[in-house]
Design a protein around this ligand. Structure first.
Ligand SMILES: Nc1nc2c(ncn2[C@@H]2O[C@H](COP(=O)(O)OP(=O)(O)OP(=O)(O)O)[C@@H](O)[C@H]2O)c(=O)[nH]1
Length: 530
């Protein structure tokens, strides 16, 4: 099964067979609600959301069952970090701008087949009739929960819902299982697909996807897994600011004193002065018009944060995906330790799984260890690496060889790991602009992107570094890494506000699956969710 992360669309025909070029080319961009979806009544209350989650869960179970019957279970090497054998092409070119560039392509081995990795498969056969027998109606919250502020009430309702889920076992209708009589009493385990429990995280993730107009049958296990990881990754930030924020907002109509408390909280979360001023001014403008009850205040705050995160998309293109059947070259910049190499491995992994032919250029030749590290990530993601064996060799030569190899192999996405040292701005700028000149000369028709990899745990310090790169590298976006490692996830707002660059991907863990395309809606919901 190919899930195209860059398009966030899971089309049923891909389910039948690995996505072909045409299918994955045909997959529509990130799901804008279709006309019928726009007409569809938005889900109203938690009963709707529960039905949606139940339908989504059942669909995932059915897809797993179909996959199980078609494909032998296969370990996803990338997720078990087993290293698959890949080709490391040693590039011998020495390159100076004075010389004419060598023309003949490098001889290449057969392209290793991209690993189509079926998802991990459930153990027990699952049938289509399996119904999660959960009472659809949600019991009206009792008096105790009524007295809670709205966000705590939602939590209490969710807990009640979860208890209800646990209390109602799945009963296999007689027709479904010949051995129904011997079927042991269904326990909690039946409520979960291996690796995907029907739990609070699932319900929250399904709600987020439903609110974006998705249909239950479109929900994929990959998206649910990522949303759960994103929310978990933002736990530190949420605990740090959100509970205080909701306590402030929950006291009643938002007033001037509360707004000042919010200002202190945002600064504490590394949102930065510029972004904080923007949020506070927007809130103050709004409370001049009307006193905001808690749930309205939180909803309005979410809207302000989303608008701020989407601001750069007025200048930069909204969707960020490699163009199919053409050479895309993504230059990855950032200081050492920001997570560049890890990010290259993660992007290579989702590119492979999304049906793109990918190649990596190890052009950060300053440290031999950095080249070795890129090779390790290449083997984890099953993507070949073009590297130069020499110590401290010319990065431009590696880029040249990598483009030659990419062109001869019809590669669609070439990821270039560039130097990250900030020894001084001039050297950095010279090196990056030289690489850019080669790319423009050697691959004039390629789609070029230049991404800054930024360590979220550095907070405002990271931003000062980012400003140097922003001048040197003609950046078209940011990859924000280590969100799981900081209580200052607010730095995402500062990045966007101060650099006016869109966040394109976020990293929330050291594993190869811990990076996904950025969605402002999902980020803000994970940040402010109860
Ligand atoms: N917790 C967490 N750790 C991360 C994340 N991304 C990268 N790391 C870790 O950060 C450290 C640095 O990552 P690298 O990819 O080596 O950083 P780099 O920018 O390539 O640094 P150099 O290799 O020195 O150029 C490694 O230990 C990674 O495992 C993330 O999203 N979360």
């Amino acid at each position: 099964m190919v899930f195209n992360w860059f398009r966030r669309q899971f089309s049923s025909n891909e389910q039948a067979a690995p996505a072909t070029e045409e299918q994955s080319t045909a997959t529509p961009p990130v799901p804008e609600p279709t006309p019928e979806e726009e007409q569809r009544e938005p889900l109203q209350d938690s009963a709707d959301y529960l039905s949606f989650a139940k339908a989504a869960y059942k669909n995932i179970q059915q897809r797993q069952a179909q996959t199980q019957s078609v494909v032998e279970p296969a370990q996803d090497a990338a997720t078990t970090n087993e290293e698959t054998s890949i080709e490391v092409v040693e590039s011998e070119t020495t390159y100076s701008e004075a010389e004419t560039l060598p023309s003949e392509p490098i001889t290449t081995e057969d392209e290793p087949q991209p690993s189509v990795v079926p998802e991990s498969l459930p153990s027990e056969p699952v049938t289509t009739e399996n119904e999660l027998l959960i009472s659809d109606e949600i019991t009206v919250t009792d008096a105790t929960t009524e007295s809670l502020p709205f966000w705590a009430r939602a939590e209490a309702e969710r807990q009640a819902r979860l208890e209800r889920l646990k209390a109602t076992a799945i009963e296999e209708p007689e027709s479904v299982s010949a051995t129904a009589a011997e079927t042991p009493q269904v326990t909690d385990e039946a409520l979960s697909i291996p690796g995907l429990a029907f739990d609070e995280g699932f319900l929250w993730s399904a709600e987020i996807l439903a609110a974006q107009g998705r249909k239950p049958e479109d929900i994929s296990i990959e998206e649910i897994t990522w949303l759960k990881k994103l929310r978990q990754g933002l736990d530190k930030t949420r605990r740090n600011i959100v509970n205080q924020l909701k306590a402030i907002v929950g006291q009643g109509p938002l007033n001037q004193a509360a707004v000042l408390e919010i200002e202190a909280l945002l600064l504490q979360a590394d949102v930065g002065v510029e972004a904080t001023d923007y949020v506070i001014n927007a809130l103050q403008e709004r409370i001049k018009q009307e006193a905001l009850p808690p749930e309205v205040a939180i909803a309005y705050l979410k809207e302000i944060l989303r608008d701020m995160l989407d601001q750069p998309l007025k200048v930069h293109k909204a969707t960020f995906a490699p163009e199919k059947d053409t050479l895309n070259i993504w230059l990855m910049t950032g200081v050492n330790g920001a997570g560049k190499t890890t990010t290259i491995g993660k992007i290579a992994h989702i590119a492979q799984k999304s049906g793109y032919k990918c190649l990596i250029a190890a052009a950060d030749t300053f440290r031999a260890a950095a080249v070795e590290q890129v090779k390790i990530w290449g083997s984890r993601s099953g993507v070949d690496v073009i590297a130069n064996p020499g110590q401290n060799t010319d990065p431009a030569a590696v880029v040249f060889d990598a483009i030659t190899a990419a062109q001869s192999r019809n590669i669609e996405l070439l990821l270039v790991d560039t130097a990250g040292r900030l020894q001084n701005k001039k050297n950095l700028m010279d090196e990056l602009s030289k690489i850019r000149r080669i790319v423009d000369k050697k691959a004039p028709n390629a789609k070029i992107e230049s991404l800054l990899v930024l360590d979220a745990t550095l907070g405002q310090n990271g931003l000062r570094q980012a400003e140097v790169f922003a001048q040197a590298a003609q950046l078209s976006g940011v990859v924000l890494t280590k969100l799981d490692g900081t209580a200052k996830g607010g730095v995402a707002l500062a990045v966007v506000r101060q650099l006016n660059l869109p966040i394109r991907f976020i990293g929330a863990g050291e594993g190869i699956e811990d990076l996904r395309p950025f969605s402002s809606y999902e980020f803000v919901e994970a940040l402010l969710s109860s």
